[in-house]
Design a protein. Structure first.
Lengths: 445, 190
C-alpha cells in the first residue's frame, strides 16, 4: 500500500482522520515511532550496574539497562522463544533477565545466556546466534544523560535530528550548579481518551490558558493569602495566577519558535519571584549564589537568561527546563494516550528548591491538578468531536501568513499565539509518513 | 522476571505521615478519648462522605481545621508529600482554592458534573490521645460522569480533633489501591 499522506492537509487545514483512524495510527507507530529518535529515559534512572528501567518505544516494550561494565543498553523486553514479556517490574536491579515461561536467561545486554532443555530444539537452533536474544534497538544515544533510541539502523544522528533543540536539553542540565541532574520525586501517569498528537499540539498553545484554565485562575485570584500554607499551596496558587496573564501578554511577550523535524518551544511567561530564579526569594538567592560559585557570574547570567516554557522534541518528549519537568508521551491506541511526567533534582542546588519543584509538578502535571484536569477534558472533547462524522477539516492556520524565519533555521511566530508549532509538527508527520511509504518494510517491524 | 542482585531490607511500610505514635500499643483497645469513641468517629466519616456525595464542598471544607492538609499519595507507602509528587496534596490554602473551583461554572472538567456514591467502612481507632484520634477506614467511591463509571478504593486515614465539642479533620490521607496506575483526571475529593 502506498499513500500520499499530504492529502490530509490544505493550507492552514488538517483533516480529522489523522487523529481518529486506527490504520493511520498503526502506520505512525511504524514510520514515526519506528524511525525517529524517540526518548527512552534518563541515565540517572539506571545509575548502577544492573539497574534497569522498563518502558516502551511507541508500543514496543523495551528495557533500558546498565550492564556490569556500566554500559548502557536498550533491548526489547520480550523473550526470543515465545515472545513473552520478560521484565515485569517498572524498575529494579538484576544480574540477568529470566523469562518466567521456560526459564530462558539473558545477559543484561540482551544476549542469550542459558536455555534449559536445550537439546530438544531443532538442529539449526543455536543459542549463540545473536538474533536469538532480547534484541538491542538498532541505535541508542545518550545526550548529556537523556537517552534516545531509534529503530532506524541508519539515518541522521541524534544531534543532527534535534539540531537547535539540543539547547533545551542543555538548559535542563546547565541549571544544575554541579552540572548534573537526577530524576527524582516519583512520576505522574495521566491518561486521556484521545490521540497522542493532541497532547503535543496543546503544549505550545499560548491562546488557551486564559480561557481553558479560568476556573482555576479565578479561584486562585480570589484566594486569601492569609490562609495557612506549608509552601505547597502558595506555589500552586502563584502558578494558577500566572496563567491569568492577559491575552495581550500571551500574544506579544512569550515567543514561539519551531525547528526542522517537528521540534518547537514556547518562551516562558513567568514573572513571579517564587517561581523563577529571582533575587527577591531566599531559596533562589542561595541557588544563584551556588550557580555563580561553580560557573561564574557571566555563565550564570547566560543560563538564567534562557527562558523557555515547554520545549517539545518530536515525537514523544516535552521539557520544562526552567522547572525541572519532563513529560513522555506514550501512545496506547488511536484514541488513548498516557503521559508520564518526571521531576529532576539539580545537583548542588538548595534542597528546598527540589521541594518547590515537587509543589510545581503537582499543580502543573498532577493527575488531580486544578489546572491539568481541564486540559485532559479538552483532549477528551476533541476526540468526541473528531471521531464524529461532523467537521472534516480543522483549522491550524493561526499566524499562517505572519510567521517569519528564525536565525537557527526554523520558523517563529511574530505573534506568540501562532499555531506555527502545530503546522511544523504536521510537516514532520508528513515527511515521516511519506518517506516511510517509499521505504521497503523493515524486517524488524 | 528479574533476578535481584541484592535483596532489599524489608522496611516496615509507613502508614500515616508525618507522625504516628503509639499505634501498635493502642490498636484493638477501647479508645480512652472522652467524646471521640469509635461510634462517633464512624458517624462523622459517614457524614463527611454524605457531604461529598451531595457536592456540599463548602460544608466539607468547614470540617477541616485552619491548618489542615489533605493528601492522596502517588505511591504506595509514600513517606511524605514534600519530596515525591502526589495525586493531590493540598495544604489549607490550596484546599480552599480547590473547593472554590469546584463551585465554578467554568470548571470544564465538571461539565457535566460528576455524580458519586461512597461507602466508608472497617473504621478502627489507631491512635488516640487527649481530644484527638487517628482513624483508619476503607472506602469505595463510584464516580459517574459522561456515560463512564469509575471505581476507586483504598484506605483513608483521618486525624480527628475535638474543637469546641465538634469533630474537625486535622489531616486526611487517602491511599488509593491504584495510586501509581495511569489515571484519568481526578476532580472529586475522596
Amino acid at each position: 500500500m502506498t499513500e500520499n499522506f499530504s492529502r490530509f492537509f490544505k493550507p492552514g487545514r488538517v483533516h480529522r482522520q489523522i487523529y481518529t483512524d486506527p490504520a493511520i495510527f498503526d502506520l505512525e507507530m511504524r514510520h514515526i515511532f519506528g524511525a525517529a529518535w524517540v526518548y527512552v529515559g534518563h541515565e540517572s534512572q539506571i545509575k548502577n550496574p544492573g539497574d534497569y528501567f522498563a518502558t516502551h518505544l511507541g508500543r514496543k516494550p523495551v528495557v533500558m539497562v546498565r550492564d556490569a561494565d556500566g554500559k548502557l543498553h536498550v533491548i526489547r523486553n520480550q523473550c526470543a522463544h515465545r515472545g513473552a514479556m520478560v521484565v515485569a517490574t517498572d524498575k529494579g536491579n538484576a544480574d540477568e533477565f529470566t523469562c518466567c515461561y521456560h526459564g530462558w536467561t539473558y545477559h543484561l545486554d540482551g544476549r542469550l545466556k542459558a536455555v534449559p532443555l536445550n537439546h530438544g530444539y531443532p538442529s539449526d537452533f543455536n543459542p549463540a546466534n545473536p538474533a536469538v536474544a532480547m534484541a538491542a534497538v538498532p541505535r541508542v544515544k545518550s545526550y548529556r544523560g537523556f537517552v534516545f533510541a531509534s529503530e532506524a539502523s541508519d539515518g541522521p544522528s541524534l544531534e543532527e535530528s534535534l539540531g537547535h533543540m539540543l539547547t533545551s536539553l542543555d538548559d535542563m542540565v546547565d541549571r544544575a550548579p554541579d552540572g548534573e541532574i537526577e530524576a527524582a520525586g516519583g512520576v505522574f501517569k495521566h491518561a486521556y481518551d484521545a490521540n497522542w498528537k493532541i497532547y503535543f499540539e496543546n503544549l505550545c498553545d499560548a491562546a488557551h490558558p486564559l480561557f481553558a484554565h479560568r476556573s482555576s485562575i479565578e479561584a486562585a485570584q480570589q484566594q486569601s493569602d492569609a490562609a495557612h500554607s506549608d509552601g505547597f499551596g502558595e506555589i500552586a496558587i502563584r502558578q494558577m495566577r500566572q496563567n491569568g496573564a492577559p491575552y495581550s501578554f500571551w500574544e506579544s511577550q512569550v515567543g514561539i519558535w519551531t525547528y526542522p523535524n517537528g521540534h518547537s518551544y514556547l518562551g516562558d511567561y513567568h514573572d513571579d519571584s517564587k517561581l523563577v530564579a529571582a533575587m527577591k526569594d531566599p531559596v533562589f538567592r542561595e541557588y544563584i549564589a551556588a550557580l555563580e560559585k561553580k560557573k561564574g557570574k557571566a555563565e550564570t547570567k547566560r543560563i538564567l537568561e534562557v527562558r523557555r516554557w515547554n520545549s517539545n522534541i518530536y515525537p514523544n518528549v516535552s521539557l520544562m527546563s526552567q522547572f525541572q519537568q519532563l513529560r513522555v508521551v506514550q501512545p496506547i491506541s488511536v484514541n488513548r494516550t498516557v503521559v508520564h511526567t518526571y521531576n529532576f533534582r539539580l545537583k548542588g542546588a538548595p534542597e528546598q528548591m527540589f521541594r518547590n519543584t515537587i509543589a510545581f509538578a503537582n499543580i502543573v502535571n498532577g493527575t488531580g491538578s486544578l489546572v491539568l484536569t481541564d486540559d485532559l477534558e479538552i483532549y477528551n472533547r476533541i476526540d468526541l468531536g473528531l471521531s464524529s462524522e461532523g467537521t472534516q477539516w480543522l483549522q491550524i492556520g493561526r499566524g499562517y501568513q505572519s510567521d517569519v524565519p528564525d536565525q537557527h533555521g526554523g520558523r517563529r511566530g511574530v505573534n506568540s499565539t501562532s499555531e506555527v508549532y502545530i503546522r511544523n509538527m504536521l510537516e514532520a508527520w508528513q515527511s515521516y509518513m511519506n518517506n516511510g511509504q517509499s521505504e521497503p518494510m523493515r524486517a524488524a517491524s | 522476571m528479574a533476578k535481584k542482585r541484592t535483596p532489599r531490607s524489608k522496611s516496615r511500610p509507613k502508614i500515616a505521615a508525618p507522625s504516628r505514635r503509639r499505634v501498635s500499643s493502642l490498636r484493638g483497645r477501647a479508645p480512652q478519648t472522652a467524646g471521640l469513641d469509635l461510634h462517633r468517629c464512624e458517624q462523622f466519616l459517614m457524614h463527611e462522605m454524605r457531604l461529598l456525595d451531595e457536592a456540599k464542598f463548602d460544608d466539607w471544607l468547614a470540617l477541616f481545621t485552619a491548618d489542615a492538609w489533605y493528601w492522596v499519595p502517588s505511591e504506595p507507602n509514600q513517606p511524605d508529600p514534600h519530596n515525591t509528587v502526589s495525586l493531590i496534596y493540598d495544604d489549607r490554602r490550596l484546599l480552599e482554592t480547590r473547593v472554590r473551583r469546584l463551585a465554578s461554572p467554568r470548571m470544564y472538567s465538571q461539565e457535566p458534573r460528576s455524580r458519586t456514591s461512597r461507602i466508608v467502612t472497617n473504621a478502627t481507632i489507631e491512635d488516640a490521645e487527649g481530644r484527638a484520634a487517628t482513624v483508619r477506614s476503607k472506602f469505595l467511591m463510584i464516580e459517574y460522569r459522561r456515560e463512564q463509571q469509575r471505581l476507586f478504593a483504598g484506605n483513608a486515614w483521618h486525624r480527628l480533633v475535638l474543637i469546641d465539642g465538634a469533630i474537625r479533620i486535622a489531616w486526611k490521607r487517602v491511599d488509593l489501591v491504584n495510586c501509581d496506575a495511569p489515571l484519568d483526571g481526578i476532580t472529586q475529593p475522596f
